[in-house]
Design a protein around this ligand. Structure first.
Ligand code: NAD
Length: 209
């Protein structure tokens, strides 16, 4: 599980290195970001199935490509976004999504005032067009950026249309059948964990003071 968590970060580090024109990376260098040892990095790389030469360093582009294949981000995934408010608009205009193989094909909002507006090159569509668009573009991922009280309803609508992957930004736990993967991006949870670690650290330093 920890390996799976680290792998996307390896990809990010390798992308940065590639941009700087670096060609080789050692397992030791990758290890220092995660406070693990280089043996662990080599184990992670073997999970990906990449056959590099750890002693002379892995090829940055080779390892990045292998991770991309492993994660499926070298293949384009079509996505729709629902809820074109502050966060939705920012995501639509964020160029980084395509770097991770995400191809946005349409955006939706239930508010008639927003419909027909153009954001980041996309005309905001009414929810009534959802079914037609999902079927015509063979959409794989639905990004949900609606308020939390509307998120479950939107989730049900996309699951009805056979969407199997949901990227949810609303701070609520969505319920969907077991064959649907829901990835929650919850800032409140992240912050709560951070404050828990901080509290623990303070308690530990009080004991040793
Ligand atoms: P917002 O109010 O600016 O935008 C929400 C949009 O969703 C609106 O355009 C609204 O018309 C639309 N909407 C509401 N109900 C809908 C429905 N049933 N179907 C389709 N569209 C619907 O809100 P926001 O700030 O963009 O936040 C969106 C979600 O993301 C919220 O759940 C929020 O908690 C979460 N979030 C926001 C931020 C942020 O920085 N703004 C950060 C993290 C998480």
């Amino acid at each position: 599980m920890q390996t799976l968590r680290r792998i996307p970060y390896y990809h990010q580090i390798l992308s940065d290195m590639e941009q700087k024109g670096e060609q080789f990376v050692s397992s030791k260098y990758l290890a220092h970001f995660f406070h693990v040892d280089d043996t662990q990095v080599r184990k992670d790389v073997s999970v990906i199935g990449y056959k590099g030469k750890p002693k002379s360093g892995y090829s940055v582009s080779g390892l990045k490509g292998a991770i991309g294949d492993f994660l499926g981000i070298n293949t384009e995934n079509t996505a729709i976004l629902i809820g074109v408010g502050r966060l939705g608009s920012a995501l639509i205009e964020y160029p980084g999504l395509s770097e991770y193989g995400l191809k946005l094909v349409a955006v939706f909002d239930s508010n008639p005032v927003k419909q027909d507006k153009v954001i980041g090159g996309f005309t905001v569509l009414p929810m009534e067009s959802l079914k037609r668009v999902i079927q015509s573009f063979d959409v794989g991922i639905a990004i949900i950026t609606v308020p939390k009280n509307a998120a479950q309803g939107v989730c049900d609508l996309v699951v009805e249309q056979n969407i199997k992957a949901i990227w949810n930004f609303a701070p609520t736990q969505l319920s969907a059948s077991a064959d649907v993967t829901v990835r929650n991006e919850n800032m409140a949870v992240g912050l709560a964990l951070l404050s828990h670690y901080l509290k623990k650290r303070k308690a530990e330093s009080a004991i040793f003071a």
